[in-house]
Write a protein that binds this ligand. Sequence first.
Ligand code: AMP
Ligand code: MN
Ligand code: MN
Length: 314
Amino acid sequence: MKEFIQQIQKAKNIGITGHIHPDGDCIGSCLGLKQYILDQYPEKTIDVYLEPIGNEFYFLNGSDQILSQDSGQTYDLFFVLDCSSTDRFEPFQKMIETAKYVICIDHHISNHGLGDYCKVDPTASATCEVLCQIFSMDKVSKKCAQCLYTGIVHDTGVFKHSNTTKQTMIYAGELLEKGVESSKIIDETFYQKTYIQNRILGQALINSFLCCHDQVIYSSISKEELEYFEATSADLNGIIDQLRVTKGTEVAVFLYPQKEGSLKVSMRSNEKVDVAKIAEQFGGGGHIRAAGCTIFGSFDDTKQKIIEKIEEQL
Ligand code: AMP
Ligand code: MN
Ligand code: MN
């Protein structure tokens, strides 16, 4: 990708961001890209902007320098990673608008183009996998590999989701050769849960029910339950994945409240239903088997609307 190297060489200062509520792929791709550039161009100023990240990711190099607020700086080059629409990088939108050149790298099927140059590969398991395509593997350091491997592990659910391809495994193997601490990354960033996270997962499973001839499993967590368990929305990651593996179901839906009275909708499907299509109808996006959106309304209305759309596809 000529554009990528040329723009980096030209830029004195570079900004990098991803989507709101950053996940493993978002964090891994932002920090991995920063590391890759710094390894070759140590003189460049590179700032990563993200909302606060989970402390399980603090072992990644550069995680302690992440900025969580708009600094008002103007950048020669700004990267937007793992992010399919402008509302998903809203906290840093101003800096992206004032940047001289914006490159977007992503793998969401719902990404219809962002910035001055946009590379989207919906067949890639993770944005970190798209970075593996772009980077010269011989220039990837262990520090960079740790970030990229973390992203691939998270977006594939530890190489388990249907987005895991032969190519994903080849890249993961190449990253392992760089000395990546695979077991540590998988255990400590993916499987380990805090006491609060386990308790709220339990509550979500108790709240769940089957509908649409048992093909759909639905659950939600209320604002009161979040308060009762002293949990934040960051503690709800992974609940949707547990719902999805309910034997016999095709679609899992999980709702939880966000700030300003909106509801976050997470959806997963197993074989047939295109959940990205449903999410897009409500202004969200994602992938065929994993997608999400934000809806203003009550739990009951939102549940109704989503289930209607799922039924159309079943
Ligand atoms: P989640 O259910 O939040 O884990 O999201 C599943 C997938 O859908 C991820 O790849 C997200 O990046 C994407 N996604 C979730 N919410 C939105 C949204 N509001 N707009 C666009 N994409 C989303
Ligand atoms: Mn993501
Ligand atoms: Mn991703």
